[in-house]
Design a protein around this ligand. Sequence first.
Ligand code: C2E
Ligand code: CA
Ligand code: CA
Length: 425
Amino acid sequence: MLLSCLDDDPRMERTLRRFAGALGHEVRFQTSSDALRADLSHNQPDLIVLDLSLGAETGLDILEWLVEHHPQIPIVFLSGQGDELLDTARRIAQGNGLTVSGTVNKANMVRELPDVLARRSVPEPPAKKTPPPPQAEAPLDVDALRVHLAAGRIEPYFQPIVSARTLESVGAEVLARLRLPDGTILGAGAFIPLAERSGLIMEVTRVLSERLIELAPQLKPLGFDFLSVNLSAANVQGEDVAVLIKRLVDAFSGGTRIVIELTETAMLSDLQQMRALTSQLRLGGASLSIDDFGVGYSSIRALAELPYDALKIDLSFVAEMFDSEKAANLVDSMLRMGHSLSLDVVAEGVETEAQRDRLIAMGVDRLQGYLFGRPMPIDQLVCSSDQADQPASRAGSRTGHLTGSGRDSRTDFQTASLADSLTNS
Ligand code: C2E
Ligand code: CA
Ligand code: CA
């Protein structure tokens, strides 16, 4: 691999050459941003190593130029000024569409630099091409949504949630999809925000609950401990919602609990109303989970005020766990806080085995994410559960196929991915 490095301290050249050379990389060293610009224009490196403090200029000054001229070359940031600054620089670069392969604190260079460089030696998998969303051409309008809802075109998709102890599916989150008459499936992002803005969200929840009740005879034998259903701020203002959820709880009684996932945006509405509603939901037999924890403003207040049973750490923290110690420490703090309040802690957005293993080591109770399965329609959910109950897979976990092991698992996972890539754009 060819590295082009920019650092105003010429002593760094030796250090960089030593570490990079040991890994078989070639280093070109520059001490000014003009020299780096000239270097990049005649021979493109595989990686740029950029010091943040460059005397009169800063490593950030050159980012704009990189965005314009070489947005595809990944960067490693170096700094002697601590992790906070490195973390912010990474966010600025990523926010501008650049790839950041890692950050190195000069104080820990001996430990961090070889790791970052070794990580880069592994070729990146080619970027996944997601097909353009089918809805891109004609965005949904309120009238069309109203017609679809009247025709009952909301479909529940199910994403497995696994126990951190056994890695078996213990439940699933229900995610709403809209099936258009031509068979196209729209993801939640295509109609939930519109439904929330236009006062139709209650209708979405009503149709979704009816579909779930119809599907109860297929869902109950799967033996899930719980099914999680999302409620938005706008739902919370309706009085009927408690009645609706009570019907759902009753339809699944005798085995499968109903967990209501409330987002923090829901908390912004009237607190008094929230107290009444959450109590009614609990009294009606549902459990309560605080969703997207950590991204809003009112989460800790909400924990203090309302009767939650579980806390779901927002996927943005999981996604950043290995990019920033700060994000990992925040995950750890949220876990401790959740546990100190006797809440079950769920991590969502788990995409890699490394994230799974670190979260389990930290003590998370349940995990959810593409690593274990994408949101899928009922047929696929039932089918993957049947396969997991085959004698061959019984030796492993009940949901071995969802943890990505075995041949069937892969087929299954790919089908799920295909179905979901069409819906989750
Ligand atoms: P959410 O409740 O935070 O749901 C999790 C979202 O993360 C889902 O997106 C899911 O597909 C996605 N996800 C799951 N695992 C991973 C992963 O490993 N990596 C990544 N990058 N993403 C992952 P989806 O289905 O598009 O839903 C988006 C949002 O729409 C939901 O966020 C929820 O707030 C809302 N929503 C979905 N269904 C309903 C519903 O029935 N009612 C209401 N009120 N809101 C809903
Ligand atoms: Ca949710
Ligand atoms: Ca969430």
